[in-house]
Write a protein that binds this ligand. Structure first.
Ligand code: BTN
Length: 246
């Protein structure tokens, strides 16, 4: 077990990421975990909404870093590994796999989403809000792609959010320390060992275009290597990836 930052729990809030931003903009640097039993305006990647019903986990780590923004973004992979560990604890090793950039899928369906936001502090350092949503008890039905919950795959009740965040925060701290002392390489290899779809065809939906190709792996900076049909290699740094493409 690693000591993790303190956890501050709300019964209801608009969004734990929004709260982290408010606190950062008011000068708070963290590290602190902010959780909420219910979010009324939870947000997901690329402007999507994220629903958090009672029984699910919504948690955001507010922290401050000296490292440049591109490097700090690697914490999204740290978060994915921590969430995968939480899934392993609840469901057994191997039930959860990682999909680039940082979704956690349980038996092929999304059960965890991660949203990292950041901004500059007056002293030039960066604040980070590492938001993690875990479908412990409920899977939303209004998502574009199939979602699942831990509960759907457990013989008994899922863990309470308050217990799950302890495991998540512990595991995050373990991976964060590894990242901090040894850099991104061990994070990238742990991520690759649990990744889904490497070597398979996929469709990559980027902010301004869609590409088809084979997902070859993750670069040492977190970019996805996509081999296009004409043999060219594209490095994808932002977007969504869908496997099972023609
Ligand atoms: C995604 O689109 O996959 C990312 C979802 C991130 C959801 C989490 S829940 C805790 C934190 N607060 C938010 O409003 N969003 C993140």
């Amino acid at each position: 077990m690693a000591d993790h930052p303190p956890i501050e729990a709300y019964d209801e809030i608009d969004s734990t990421n929004a709260e982290a931003r408010r606190r950062a903009e008011a000068g708070e640097g963290g590290p602190v975990w902010i959780t909420a039993a219910r979010q009324t305006a939870g947000r997901g990647r690329r402007g999507r909404a994220w629903s958090t019903e009672i029984g699910n986990l919504a948690a955001t780590l507010l922290t401050t870093t000296d490292v440049p923004a591109a490097e700090a973004a690697q914490l999204s992979f740290v978060a994915a590994l921590a969430a995968c560990d939480l899934a392993d604890t609840c469901l057994g090793a191997g039930a959860a796999r990682l999909k680039w950039p940082n979704d956690v899928l349980v038996f092929g369906k999304k059960a965890v989403g991660i949203l990292v936001e950041s901004g500059s502090r007056p002293d030039g350092r960066l604040w980070l809000a590492v938001g993690i949503g875990v479908n412990l008890a409920h899977a939303p039905s209004d998502t574009a792609r199939a979602a699942t919950s831990f509960a759907e795959h457990m013989g008994g009740p899922p863990p309470k959010a308050a217990d799950a965040v302890e495991v998540l925060a512990d595991r995050f701290e373990v991976w964060r320390r590894l990242w901090s002392t040894e850099g991104f390489a061990p994070i990238a290899s742990a991520w690759t060992a649990r990744a889904l779809g490497l070597g398979e065809r996929c469709e990559a939906r980027l902010p301004n275009r869609t590409l088809l190709g084979v997902a070859e792996g993750m670069d040492q900076d977190g970019a996805l290597r996509l081999r296009l049909d004409d043999g060219a290699l594209e490095r994808i740094t932002a977007g969504d990836v869908f496997f099972g493409a023609p």
